[in-house]
Every structure is written in C-alpha cells, then in structure tokens.
Ligand binder design. Structure first.
Ligand code: FPP
Ligand code: ZN
Length: 462
C-alpha cells in the first residue's frame, strides 16, 4: 500500500494560517472602498518589475545559466497577461538570443551552445509565440525540432528531457505541447504516450512525475493536458482525478501541490489550470454537475462533494487502442469524440468549445488569495506571505488569476464583473489553458503554422 510521503509540520501550517488569516481579518474589517483598494492588482508595479527583469537578463545570466529561455517565458508571458507589449529593440534582442539557444540539430538549450532540453524548448517556443510576428515564429526550425522530439521519444511511450536524461510526465507534456502548437504532432510522437501517463495516475487520483511517485499538481496538469492533446483523456480515471483535485484548495483559499503540504501561489495555475481543462472535457461537463453558485464573493470555501454524480465518467472499458484510418488520422476506440482525429486540431477545437459547466473550485476565493496574499509590495508575485518575489511565481500566479477570471466565459464572450475579484480593471488577458500562452498570441501562431503547413515526418518544413 502506498501512502503520501509529503509532510508539513504543525508549526509550518500554523505560521501560514497566521499570516494568511491576519490579512483576511484585516481585509474584512475595512470599509468597502478600502477593500477594493486592497484587492487591486498592482499592474504598474508588476510591469516595472518584469520590464527591469527583461532588460537586466544579461546581468543574471551567470546565476541562471541553464534557465534563460524560462526567464524569457515567465517574464514575456506575465507581461502579455497584463496586456503589456515589449518594444522593438527588446523583442529583437530576445529573438536573437533564443535563436542562439537553438541547437542546429533541433530544440533549445538553457543558453547558447548548451545541449537541447525539452523544458527549455517548451519555454523558448512559448516565448516566441508570445512575442508573435513573422521574425519570431519563423525563427523556429520545425524540421529539426521534430527530429529532436523523435530522438527524445522512448519505446515505452514516454520522452527523455534530453539526451540520456530522465523520462517523466513533464517531458511528455513539453514534447506534445510544442509539437501540437507547431502543427508537427503525428502518430509516431503520440504512440504509447497515453499508456505512460496512465501508469503515473496514482491511487489518490492525481498524476505523479513517474510511475510509483507521489501525485503532484505540476505533473497532474502536465499529464491531463497531454492526455487531452493526444485525444486519450477519457482513459484516465477522471472521477478519481477530480476527487483528488477538489481537496487541494485549502482553507487559506489557495491551492497546495500535494496532500498534506502548504498552499503556494504557483499552484493557482497548475491546479486551477487542470480545473479549466476538465471543464471543457465533454464527458465531464455532460454530466451537468450541480454546484452551489460561486459567482458572488465569500471567503467561505467549504468543500461540497461534487464528484459523486460523475462516478461513471471515464470508465472506458474498451481501453486505449488506436488504429490508423485511411486518411492518416487516428481512430480512438471507446472514446466519446468525433472520428477521425487530426492531432493538430485538438488544441484549436478544445478552446472553441463552449463552457457549460461551473468551475469545480472556488474561483473567487482563489483570486482573493492571489490578490491579498501573493502580491509583493514593490511588484512581482510570490508563493505565500513571507516569501520573496520571483519570475516563476509572478508568471504562474498571474496565469492562475487569468484562469479564475475567465473560467465562466467562452473564448469570445465578455467576462462578467462578478467573475472578477476586486476592480474590473484587474481583468487579465485570457490564456489557452493547454499551452499557457495568451489566447490572441495562440491564434496568431495557429494561423502561422497552419498556413505554413508542415507535412509530417521528414518532410516537415522550416
Ligand atoms: C511544464 C513544466 C516543466 C512543468 C513543471 C511542473 C511542476 C511545477 C512540477 C512540480 C515538481 C515538484 C515535485 C515540485 C515539488 O516541489 P516542493 O516539494 O518544493 O513543493 P511542494 O511542497 O509544494 O510540493
Ligand atoms: Zn511555488
């Protein structure tokens, strides 16, 4: 029998509760106008912090040597969420820098001349999509990138992060996400990925990094998004996954990453994003789960049992077998989806589906955690009160905030004021939850990479 291995001490939990509830108590005692002020997103301070970070990237290169495309992505994506453009000089410098990180044999390394790695490849591709425009998008060598992805692919179905590197769920997600958004996803890349992800769904219901490890929010997002992108999501035990997820939102209103650990702002995206994905899965929303109305604002996050009514969902007894049809598409047996499937259309169709289901988490309470507890005074966002700001937490707290604000709206419908905690000016740009890039930038990339349509395999175009 496996048990969760994570632990937090009583002392750690009390410290967090003290810091968080002190903020909430202070907030509750204030008059309405002062509450609105406290809930304000400190846009200018965040932009200032991010812009300084982007301009100063060269100075931090020695410290973050293998992380540079990530720094670009975290900063550029945060700015895009805030609706802030970068000037031409910074844009050109970033494209040139990322081009120097691109390996002649495909993929991107953590810096110029470094070995290509799937995580930095994902970060570089998402950065270039976020910048947008012909120069950025055409700088990605898709032919060689495809070769790199094939080299990382393992017979077991999973992917290695880099040559001789570790095989895990992150590698599956970054490979499949990049291939999907670049329109180079094919059966050779998809083959058996589903079995690998399934082997990582644990007895708790969440997904672990590798078989036998502990379920964790980061890997759960990666595994779920991958299963959607390869059209095998109904092979997961979705009721169990939802059961695990709904108990990750704590009384502090934020999410924890795993059982018996502390809440942390970055899981606003990893767990909140997983909810946003579940909401667009037809077999989940078809069950018409009835939830209490969470459109109004309250800090009461008492958990309602939501999963009993979907206990039959996802029990696809026919398994995950797939077969090639004569159009080159793939038929998935036992899934409630239209056939045949073009893998490269899945991400596009997914975002254009209407959302008929209310969120399965308390989106207003999570916004309050982000706004009241994770905004650093002088810009940037943090894990929890008492921690220092960094670009990773700024990116994923803002991504989670955007998820919460847009969770009740279709891609083309306006967000109602009651869905936005604090002033309406807090509203961020919507994202594509499968890739975590801003929706407008996703659409531009989709247009670009479908117009420059790439035949599969060795015929893939640059
Ligand atoms: C696309 C991509 C590369 C995704 C990465 C996903 C991700 C965030 C994985 C989490 C990894 C992990 C086990 C963190 C636990 O750290 P911890 O023990 O410090 O934190 P905890 O106490 O909150 O679990
Ligand atoms: Zn974190």
């Amino acid at each position: 029998m496996e048990f969760p291995v994570a632990t937090k001490t009583q002392h750690e939990q009390w410290t967090v509760e003290n810091l968080v509830f002190r903020k909430y108590n202070l907030f509750e005692d204030l008059p309405h106008h002062a509450q609105t002020l406290m809930l304000e997103l400190r846009r200018d301070e965040h932009i200032e912090y991010l812009m300084r970070g982007l301009r100063g990237l060269p100075a931090s290169f020695s410290v973050l040597d293998a992380n540079r495309p990530w720094m670009c992505y975290w900063i550029l994506h945060s700015l895009a969420l805030l609706g802030e453009l970068v000037d031409d000089e910074l844009e050109n410098n970033t494209i040139d820098f990322l081009s120097r990180c691109q390996d002649p044999n495909g993929g991107y390394g953590g810096g110029p001349g470094q070995m290509p790695h799937l995580a930095t490849t994902y970060a570089a591709v998402n950065s270039l999509i976020t910048l947008g425009g012909h120069k950025a998008l055409s700088s990605i060598n898709r032919r060689e990138l495809y070769t790199f992805l094939r080299r990382m692919k393992q017979p077991s179905g999973g992917f290695r992060m880099h040559d001789a590197g570790e095989i895990d769920v992150r590698a599956c997600y970054t490979a499949i996400s990049v291939a999907s958004v670049l329109n180079i996803l094919d059966h050779e890349l998809v083959d058996n990925v589903g079995s690998y992800i399934l082997s990582c769904q644990t007895y708790e219901g969440g997904i672990s990094g590798e078989p036998g490890s502990e379920a964790h929010g980061g890997y759960t997002f990666c595994g779920l998004a991958t299963m959607i992108l390869i059209n095998e999501v109904n092979c997961l035990d979705l009721p169990r996954l939802i059961d695990w997820l709904v108990f990750r939102q704590g009384k502090e209103c934020g999410f924890q990453g795993r059982t018996n650990k502390l809440v942390d702002g970055c899981y606003s995206f990893w767990q909140g994003g997983a909810f946003a994905l579940l909401q667009r899965i037809p077999s989940v929303s078809e069950e018409q789960i009835v939830l209490p109305d969470v459109g109004h604002c309250t800090l009461d996050t008492s958990h309602t049992s939501t999963t009993s009514r979907i206990s039959e969902v996802g029990n696809s007894s026919e398994g995950t077998s797939s077969q090639v049809d004569d159009t080159g598409g793939f038929r998935q047996e036992g899934l409630k989806v239209p056939f045949p499937v073009n893998y490269n259309d899945i991400g596009y169709d997914f975002i254009n589906r209407s959302v008929e289901m209310k969120p399965l988490f308390h989106a207003i309470a999570l916004q309050r955690y982000i706004l009241l507890c994770t905004q650093a005074e002088n810009g940037g966002l943090i894990d929890k009160p008492g921690k220092s700001r960094d670009f990773y937490h700024t990116c994923y707290c803002l991504s989670g905030l955007s998820i919460c604000q847009h969770i009740c709206s279709d891609a083309d419908s306006p967000v109602l004021p009651r869905a936005v905690s604090g002033p309406y000016s807090n509203l961020l740009e919507p994202i594509h939850p499968l890739f975590n890039v801003v929706l407008d930038q996703y659409h531009e990339a989709r247009e670009f990479f479908t117009t420059h349509r790439a035949p599969f395999n060795s015929e893939v175009l640059h």
